[in-house]
Design a protein around this ligand. Structure first.
Ligand code: S3P
Length: 433
């Protein structure tokens, strides 16, 4: 286990930075580009532990994906029905996105696949994908009443389904949509609240008929083949990675930072809305579209924050941002309440328990609830020895807390940042020291 020792920020954050590429879009590009007939290039992909897990699984399924120059992958796609039976277990490491989307992909194949992962991933719920994929006709076995990894799948012969998602989850939605590519009839999915729609956008770019039918419902018509993308795919910077720098800039006095080419998918921008209510000044400059995804540059400057309430449909729109939101809330005047966020308990760690537990070690006043937490602010944080619980987003949130704490902070388990943001500490130090 590695430790990172951090001192308070020596100076305001300043400059222009580009954070690493979007993790969610990288996973999807790696899975879908090999199904296109023809060569595609994925520019600025995220090279991290979790996306490498997807890359390795795709290669094990016979996909031809090469890195010709740093940051660009060349994929020689062989069509929708070109994947082959893997010789070994498809090892998804600790990546929930890899597992759930890969399960959808394997459900569409006539061969046998086995998905497995780390002990932490084995504790995360898989019944939510097993159930709809079985309804579509896949044969699936999983441990403990079909609820946990490993998953054994024999797919093919799928039929389209009409499915109402019991939880707002883009991973589950995407697993069903990807399986739906291989079905013999249309699939309709409705979600209880909108989630990120990267899969739908990439499908559209590949010529798949995917139509919103009513509020939060889409209908997918299975294509004969995917069309080669008109242009090469360039992946924007990840808003969930930018989030740490946004909050660090707000909290460290006299800071001004510009974050370039950030993905602004409407299913992901909940943090920006919540921070705006809290009094943050974040300007979106140069808004544009690239590969059917909205992107922009963000100009952030320090601000005095006040508490807010986050609940209901806003939760899925910022589902990965609660560790860093909690840090922002420790500096906000008044109470910040997060409710309806039970899903946080089944992320890379139980984020309700780990975020409240670790921030308390630094002196935060934060209460845990079954479905969220309440923070009372502002509090002067104290440097402490804290633990990342194998959770990259908790590790990075604690690093931002360290910047505004009094004294030194030691973060144990720092290596988990490699899941989404391998050079985080270097970039943080370059912007703040
Ligand atoms: C993701 C969806 C979210 C998110 C995860 C990535 C995706 O998970 O937390 O980091 O790429 O679809 P859920 O769908 O389980 O909420």
């Amino acid at each position: 286990m590695t430790e990172l020792t951090l001192s308070p920020a020596a100076k305001p954050l300043s400059g222009r930075i580009t954070v690493p590429a979007d993790k969610s879009i990288t996973h999807r590009a790696l899975m879908l580009a090999p199904l296109v007939h023809g060569e595609s290039r994925i520019h600025n992909y995220l090279d991290s532990e979790t996306t490498r897990a997807t890359l390795n699984c795709m290669r094990a399924l016979g996909a031809d994906i090469q890195e010709r120059e740093p940051g660009t992958l060349v994929v020689r796609g062989r069509g929708l029905h070109s994947l082959q039976e893997p010789r070994d277990v498809l090892y998804c490491l600790g990546s929930g996105t890899t597992t759930r989307l890969m399960a959808g992909l394997c459900a569409g194949q006539y061969f046998l696949s086995v998905l497995d992962g780390t002990p932490a991933l084995k504790r995360r719920p898989m019944g939510r994908i097993v159930e709809p994929l079985k309804q579509m006709g896949a044969v699936i076995l999983a441990r403990d009443n079909d609820r946990f990894l490993p998953l054994v799948l024999r797919g093919g012969n799928l039929r389209g389904i009409e499915y109402a998602l019991p939880v707002a989850s883009a991973q589950v939605k995407s697993a069903i949509l990807i399986a739906g590519l291989f079905a013999d009839s249309p699939t309709t999915i409705s979600e209880p609240a909108p989630t990120r729609d990267h899969t739908e956008r990439m499908f559209r770019a590949m010529g798949v008929e995917i139509i919103p039918t009513s509020d939060h419902t889409v209908r997918l018509v299975p294509p004969a083949q995917l069309e080669p993308q008109s242009a090469d795919l360039t992946i924007p910077a990840d808003l969930s990675s930018a989030a740490f720098f946004i909050v660090a800039t707000l909290l460290v006095q006299n800071s001004r930072l510009e974050l370039l080419n950030v993905g602004l998918n409407p299913g992901r921008t909940g943090l920006l809305d919540a921070l705006a209510r809290m009094g943050a000044s974040i300007q979106i400059e140069n808004p544009r579209d690239e590969n059917d995804e909205p992107i922009g540059d963000l100009a952030v400057r320090s601000a005095a924050l006040r508490g807010t309430e986050i609940s209901g449909a806003e939760i899925p729109r910022m589902i990965d941002e609660f560790p860093i939101l909690a840090v922002a809330a420790t500096q906000a005047e008044g109470e910040t309440r997060v409710r309806d966020a039970q899903e946080l308990r089944i992320k890379e760690s139980d984020r309700v328990a780990t975020v409240t537990g670790e921030l308390r070690k630094m002196g935060a006043q934060i209460e845990e609830h079954e479905d969220g937490f309440t923070v009372h602010g502002p509090t002067r944080l104290q440097g402490a020895r804290v633990f990342a619980h194998n959770d990259h987003r908790l590790a990075m949130a604690l690093a931002v807390a360290a910047l505004i704490a009094e004294g030194e902070t030691i973060i144990e388990g720092w290596e988990s940042v490699a899941d989404s943001f391998p050079n985080f500490d270097r970039l943080l130090l370059s912007a703040s020291a």
